[in-house]
Design a protein. Structure first.
Lengths: 190, 266
């Protein structure tokens, strides 16, 4: 058998093994370690920090948010204490938050807008960080919001690892295919 | 025939012997799986208590339990059985007829036994760490590599001793037992050193152990100051101990090369 076929083939089988390990890791479901809910109403032009937590790449937040109105939702990688340093009135308003985000765009872990409905999201940071869930109501009416948060413990970020496995396994298979077929042929002729 | 070709021939043959299908694949699978399963960010109380650099160290050190042991078994098997059985079966004697110096033959064998395993181990673990926590690993890659350097020094030292014993006995069975005993002996010696250091109120015992196993000094450097009343090493101490330990490793391998070239009696 040609040497380059062997080297490529063994490289391929190693990639296959790594891919299978990644796939296995991604299939391990995250464990819920705590769940809590909160019902509140966000006043017009207010930005309200809600839930605060230190997270690691092995700890995530699973959010289910229902709002009767239009609401900006952020996960910011800072404590609420930092946000309150930007307060210009008695409370954190939408402009304060916008000013803060303009000055610190790198702290936005996630942002979405909910419009009279439900939104679900799973957030896992890429470092050990403080995280604060913030609601911002740019409208002129109170927006009732129902938040359900679960803290999950996971071995690895599932989607990322699964995506990687989906690339690594086919590449490994393509590399190892010529070697494996030749190996089978040799065994048959013996 | 040029010098490169016999070297590659011996290297390829050693690779074939050391990494028979599916041994390499099983180890790759275990390294990848072990990295995620054993990764731990330690107890996080407030972010201010632990610096990101310490976190990079803690995360890397958390992986070096079972995956490192798997790696050690892998290289011990390669050094003891790979080289030992070649000496026993007379394969090494056949290699001596190749137009290649003896040190070239040993380099090809060690490159396969230790080099390839080391590259595989580090590549898989660091890549998996990067997937898990890119914002910790990227800025502190130096800390990650230093942690690996400190933790791999003692296994490489034992591998050097095993090389000498294998060459002296010309077989590998007993050598692997000696290697595993030496590896576990270090954890006992480290515990005794901590006890002696506390009893004598002097860090000398810890400093001596750190010369052979520099992960002791690195762990002290990154642990919280109140755990380190006895000895708070500076970064230069860490580098000094790691440097000294690798000097011993290099000396052992150099002695192995000398023995293989001049004193093997074959």
């Amino acid at each position: 058998m040609k040497r380059w076929i062997i080297i490529l083939g063994r490289g391929g089988t190693v990639l296959l093994a790594i891919g299978l390990a990644l796939l296995l890791v991604s299939l391990i479901p995250p464990a819920q370690i705590a769940t809590f809910g909160r019902k509140t109403a966000i006043p017009p032009k207010w930005a309200q920090p809600s839930i605060e937590r230190i997270l690691t790449p092995q700890q995530g937040l699973r959010l289910t948010i229902t709002a009767d109105g239009i609401l900006d939702i952020y996960i910011l990688e800072v404590t609420s204490e930092v946000l309150y340093q930007w307060v210009t009135e008695d409370f954190l308003n939408v402009t304060d938050l916008e000013d803060f985000l303009e000055a610190n765009p790198d702290v936005i872990g996630w942002h979405d807008i909910v419009r009279n409905g439900e939104i679900k999201h799973e957030y896992v940071p890429t470092k050990v960080t403080n995280t604060t869930l913030v609601f911002s109501n740019p409208g002129s009416e109170y927006v009732p919001v129902d938040v359900e948060v679960s803290i999950t413990s996971l071995i690895a970020p599932g989607t990322k690892v699964r995506n990687l496995a989906q690339w690594v396994i086919p590449i490994g298979f393509v590399f190892s295919f010529p070697w494996l077929t030749q190996l089978l042929k040799e065994k048959k002729t013996r | 025939m040029g010098k490169g070709k016999p070297f590659l021939e011996i290297f390829a043959s050693a690779l074939h012997e050391d990494y028979r299908f599916p041994i390499l694949e099983i180890f790759a699978f275990l390294y990848a799986l072990g990295t995620f399963v054993f990764a731990s960010f330690g107890p996080i109380m407030t972010q201010q208590t632990v610096s990101n650099e310490s976190m990079a160290y803690n995360l890397t050190a958390s992986l070096l339990g079972l995956p490192l042991f798997i790696f050690i078994i892998f290289i011990f098997k390669n050094v003891a059985y790979g080289l030992g059985s070649d000496l026993e079966k007379g394969i090494i004697q056949t290699y001596f007829s190749y137009p290649l110096k003896r040190r070239g033959i040993l380099t090809a064998k060690l490159l396969s036994a230790i080099g390839v395993a080391l590259v595989l181990f580090l590549t898989i673990q660091i890549s998996a760490l990067y997937v898990l926590a890119p914002d910790i690993i990227s800025p502190y890659l130096g800390t990650v590599l230093l942690t690996y350097a400190a933790n791999l020094s003692y296994p490489l030292l034992v591998a050097g001793i095993m090389l000498l014993v294998t060459l002296a006995l010309k077989r590998g069975g007993l050598t692997i037992v000696i290697g595993i005993v030496l590896y576990f002996a270090m954890s006992i010696i480290s515990s005794i050193a901590v006890f002696v250091a506390s009893a004598t109120n002097s860090p000398l015992a810890l400093q001596i152990v750190s010369v052979i196993s520099p992960n002791v000094v690195l762990a002290r450097y990154y642990s919280m100051p109140f755990f380190n009343e006895l000895w708070t090493p500076a970064f230069s101490d860490v580098l000094l101990h790691i440097g000294t330990s690798y000097t011993i490793v290099v000396f052992l391998f150099f002695f192995g090369y000398f023995y293989f070239s001049k004193r093997l009696g074959l």
